[in-house]
Design a protein around this ligand. Sequence first.
Ligand SMILES: [Zn+2]
Length: 297
Amino acid sequence: MLSLFYHPIYTDGIDPQARFPRDRYRLLAERLTEFSKIELCEPRKSTRTELLVAHDVDYVDRFLRGALTEQETRHIGLRPWTTDIAARTLHIMGGSLQALELVLEHGGLAGNMAGGTHHAFADHGSGYCIFNDLAICALQALQSPNIKHVLILDLDVHQGDGTASILSGHPDVVTCSIHGDKNFPFVKQRSDLDIALPNDTGDIAYLDALESALEYLPISDFDLLLYQAGVDPLQEDRLGRLAVTRDGLDRRNRRVFESAHAAGVPTVIFMGGGYAEPITPTIDAFVDLFTTASEYS
Ligand SMILES: [Zn+2]
């Protein structure tokens, strides 16, 4: 059984006027209820203390008070912000932390049907990301006595710049990002391993890049895998440009799950990006992600 954290506020906490495809969460939840091996679980809200594991106190408190500047909220997007933006954000961070708690206790796989907010830096948000759940979970996990080395594998089409920045001084957390070179963020940060791919890469070269990353950073060397599984490399994606097919993405996910499963490495799945218009190909790819994960859980 794959436990997947989801709350209706993931969709409802975003204004219908926002450019962001808010319906993807609701549509995906509807599709996934058909699968008997997937259990949707309601997340708790994360606490302020949990956010401070990876974020500056001034930024956290100004966000929670609703006191970010116009420039700061513009940099994040998701606008116009609803009155539920803080509750939504805290539930998403809570969902990631609860998925982490599950795998730390029981091993195997668990996921959040949102999150993977890799563009959030310690003191500011960016690109639809307010707080960085990957960094929060990595640093939180290191407080557990059995977790000494964490791998963050970020296969979203956009570079995990915020994650790389927050974790640059933390040798126990290794960051790997495979992303589009000519894509947002246009100023990249330095992960421990970055593989920048050209536009129209396609399945074969994309999967080759993953192989070389896993050769350099075998999942079996780590105690925990945090997998940012964005499906925006998809050829139909409005922001993607890498021309990877639905089948190519499924093979990517299987490769990661197989490797983690064979090594017995607990794994948290973060949903990440996906922006096809209409949204159906993105939803299909996310259905594949989580149903394939359920085969390994
Ligand atoms: Zn993305």
